[in-house]
Design a protein around this ligand. Structure first.
Ligand code: THU
Length: 143
């Protein structure tokens, strides 16, 4: 897994927690924040944004990637996701299946994906751990 520095990890955590506080999640009541560190060392955050047609909601990771692309970022060096999962906050929030694929577009197999909640940091995974044998731009020959 590529090394990200402690200050970078702290900045990701801060950005993702700040984003989580801005989440619009009146239906699930499950606010999520995400932050991406891009190839230029910049941070981009996003929160989930739900709507009355439940399946049409936007995930925090997708919003963070969109912010990265909008800012001219090309590649993700690390991602951190903050959610307060499960009873007693016992289940760490990992990216949903669709977001794993979205991250695949902008990250290497060893992209670090860090989990946290509003009180603590949790486990980290690589993208390949969360999305093994994945399909990506390289398969299309467009990478
Ligand atoms: N959600 C995210 O934004 N990211 C994740 O990693 C997991 C789930 C959102 C989608 C929905 O708004 C709420 O959390 C409950 O599923």
């Amino acid at each position: 897994m590529p090394i990200i520095t402690e200050p970078q990890q702290q900045a990701l955590l801060q950005a993702a927690r700040a984003a989580q506080r801005m989440a619009y999640a009146p239906y699930s009541k499950y606010p999520v924040g995400a932050a991406v560190l891009d190839e230029q060392g910049r941070f981009h955050a996003g929160c989930n944004v739900e709507n009355a047609a439940y399946p049409e909601g936007l995930c925090a990771e997708a919003a963070a990637l969109s912010a990265m692309v909008l800012a001219g970022g090309k590649w993700a060096q690390a991602v951190l996701v903050v959610g307060n999962g499960g009873k007693n906050h016992s289940a760490w929030t990992t990216p949903c299946g669709g977001c794993r694929q979205k991250l695949r577009e902008f990250g290497d197999a060893d992209l670090p994906i860090l989990c946290a909640n509003d009180q603590a940091t949790g486990p980290s995974y690589t993208l390949a751990q969360l999305l093994p044998e994945s399909f990506g731009p390289d398969h299309l020959g467009t990478a």
